[in-house]
Design a protein around this ligand. Sequence first.
Ligand code: G1P
Length: 294
Amino acid sequence: MKRIRKAVFPVAGLGTRFLPATKSVPKEMMTVVDRPVLQHVVDEAREAGIEHFIFVTGRNKAVIEDHFDMAYELESTLQARGKMKEYEALMADLPPAGTTSFTRQQAPLGLGHAVWCAREIIGDEPFAVLLPDMITMQGGRGSRCLAQCIETYNQHGGNVIAVEEVPMEETHQYGVVSIGKDDGHNFEITGMVEKPAKGTAPSTSIISGRYILDSSIFEALKDAEKGAGGEIQLTDAMIKLAKNQAFHGVRFDGKTYDTGSKLGFLAANIAFAMARPELADGLRVELKKIVGTL
Ligand code: G1P
């Protein structure tokens, strides 16, 4: 079984839900506490053993490339001023030279098209996809979502999708899976549908933004037709691929925050700050003051 070494991060979205913040700052660079949203997602990929980080960007996203590069003036100034803790933290986050790739999605044609834009960089090996709107926190198993997807891949091979539960009335906003043989943590996916009409979803398990895909997905994405929302959908290509390849779902242990929505973004900031020992006590005091006025 081939090892999962490469991950695709589709980061070309316009971020219209966060205007005016995202007029000149890519939405993936908005911060949850003091790390850009995208850095949290790259952290999760690194923890899962990913070695090559492929960003599918667009116009006005050049700052993402700068973020994953050295910042020579900043680093030498930090060193000269003896700010070694800050310097070392930056160095620890820096991906090793030659392990990032950037390609552009030239037009906003959908998630399927964004993933297809990475085909030449992926080549012929299975790979991960991480949707950067979603950031995850580990649960009791002590690993984050992508690491758990890779565990399932190592067990079953084929393709793997992380799923989570939402109320039935929210299923129309997502890709939804049908559930076959099930061991409680992993299950066989017997069908998928992108943005089902209200009340028609086959389950309440939604595709939640982490995937392990066989490279033959690119064949299924070639000449793909537009699907839900007039976009080329990754889910539609997965449905094609599922005709001759296995797909497993993972009910991962941990918590997710959808930073693509304002409420999810605010909740992520509070949750990630509360997980930081140096911030938790002070934030608790501030939160109590606010809650006391409600
Ligand atoms: C995308 C996927 C969808 C998935 C969702 C998770 O939709 O197409 O299957 O459930 O991400 O956030 P989007 O949010 O781009 O509409």
